[in-house]
Write a protein that binds this ligand. Structure first.
Ligand SMILES: *Cc1c(COP(=O)(O)O)cnc(C)c1O
Length: 397
């Protein structure tokens, strides 16, 4: 069997190359939002449906800005998912915030039923990740945050195209972050913080966009204007070339969404009634998938092999399926167990490992593949569908 070219993202078409080439002549560094950075931010805010967007050098640095803008630090607690990519929570740990972990539901998302037992006098915020593109139960989580006067923060890095109850993810809380690393909308490296709140926007600017931009955009009558020169100490601006790539990708967002959604639907059709694997997809009555990856649930009881052996067989036939490695239970990482932020890296804290049954169950059965979504991807999509159908037939009990 011929195997198609490996998945590459974004698709480097002539338009994208021209956009980068034009930007090389225009500017390699923007100190404010008067050029491509501002244009990208405006389009990104329009894409999500928020009033403001601020670009950063990475999703991780945007999450760090979100922590600082939320005013969280030592003595505060945040409830975070035990199962996520670690950078959802590591910037909070860096700032000395105590991270308290919630277990996962059947979609790998933060389980709202876990929240009441994790609440303490020090809890200030809840952060969620819409795992592998499926939106969390934002109705329940937002209600819990309102009832307990907590900030709601979203990590939407997997879920650029997701919605819940008719609203786009990224619009439910005080602030949200979208990584634009190799995600559905990409800038190469990068991240974007979005918010509807003017004050959070100004605080976020002070973290990463000091001097010229802060002087221009922060209310001169506000007390925090006095930090405009130095910011809060760090600079983490996006490069102009990344913003140019992002603008190109946003101009194609409609096409990317249509193509990826149609591929997701095709997998769902083909797998309908398949006893071995089924798509991990949000109930369409409640929300829509964010189109980062194709997520599958492996049903071990219906198969003669393990999930890992099944995945290995798919890979052996040239299909790009995998069981995610660096995204797992993060709660037992030493960074989250330092008694204070100043603890030196030569000292590793004692950890009493905690188990998260919901997360582990999800991890043990979760397999993913790229969703492709560019012109010319048909052979790759067809190959992945054919391989999945063939191997699941072979291993079915
Ligand atoms: C990619 C990702 C991040 C980190 O973003 P970077 O741009 O790689 O720094 C954070 N959270 C989640 C869920 C991610 O997938």
């Amino acid at each position: 069997m011929n195997t198609p070219a490996p998945y590459g993202w974004p698709h480097l078409d002539p338009e994208l190359r021209r956009a980068v080439d034009r930007q090389l002549d225009r500017s390699l560094s923007d100190r404010d939002a008067s050029g491509v950075i501002g244009e990208f931010e405006k389009e990104f805010a329009r894409f999500v449906g928020t009033r403001h967007a601020i670009a950063y050098s990475s999703g991780t640095s945007a999450l760090h800005a979100m922590c600082v803008a939320a005013g969280l630090g030592e003595g505060d607690e945040i409830i975070a998912p035990a199962y996520t990519f670690f950078a959802t929570a590591t910037p909070f740990a860096y700032e000395g915030v105590r991270v308290v972990f919630a277990d996962a539901d059947g979609w790998g998302n933060l389980d709202p039923a876990d929240l009441p037992s994790l609440l303490t006098k020090r809890t200030r915020a809840v952060i969620v990740t819409h795992m592998w593109g499926n939106p969390c139960d934002m109705t329940a989580i937002a209600q819990f945050c309102r009832d307990n006067d907590l900030l709601l923060l979203e990590d939407c890095s997997h879920a650029h195209f997701a919605a819940w109850a008719g609203h786009r993810v990224g619009t439910f809380g005080a602030m949200a972050v979208f990584s634009t690393n190799q995600k559905a909308i990409t800038t190469g490296e990068g991240g974007v913080l979005v918010t509807d709140h003017d004050q959070f926007r100004e605080f976020a600017l002070l973290h990463g966009h000091y001097n010229k931009r802060s002087f221009k955009e922060i209310d001169p009558t506000a007390p925090h204007y006095q930090y405009a020169l130095t910011g809060m100490g760090l600079k983490s601006r996006m490069t102009t070339l990344s913003a140019a790539i992002g603008l190109d990708q946003l101009s194609k967002a409609g096409t990317i969404e249509r193509r990826r959604r149609s591929i997701l639907d095709r997998f769902a059709d083909v797998l309908d009634g398949n006893p071995v694997v089924s798509p991990v997809n949000v109930d369409p009555e409640r929300g829509s998938n964010g189109l980062y990856v194709l997520g599958l649930r492996f049903n071990a009881r219906a198969a003669t092999v393990t999930a890992q052996e099944f995945t290995d067989q798919l890979v052996h036939r040239g299909a790009e399926f995998d069981m995610p490695g660096s995204t797992g239970v993060i709660a037992n990482e030493p960074l989250f167990h330092r008694p204070n932020r100043a603890m030196p890296w030569t000292t590793v804290p004692d950890i009493h490992p905690a188990t998260f049954g919901g997360a582990q169950q999800f991890i043990d059965s979760f397999i993913k593949a790229p969703l492709f979504g560019y012109p010319g991807d048909e052979p790759a999509v067809a190959h992945h569908i054919d391989t999945l159908v063939a191997v699941s037939k072979e291993v079915a009990r």
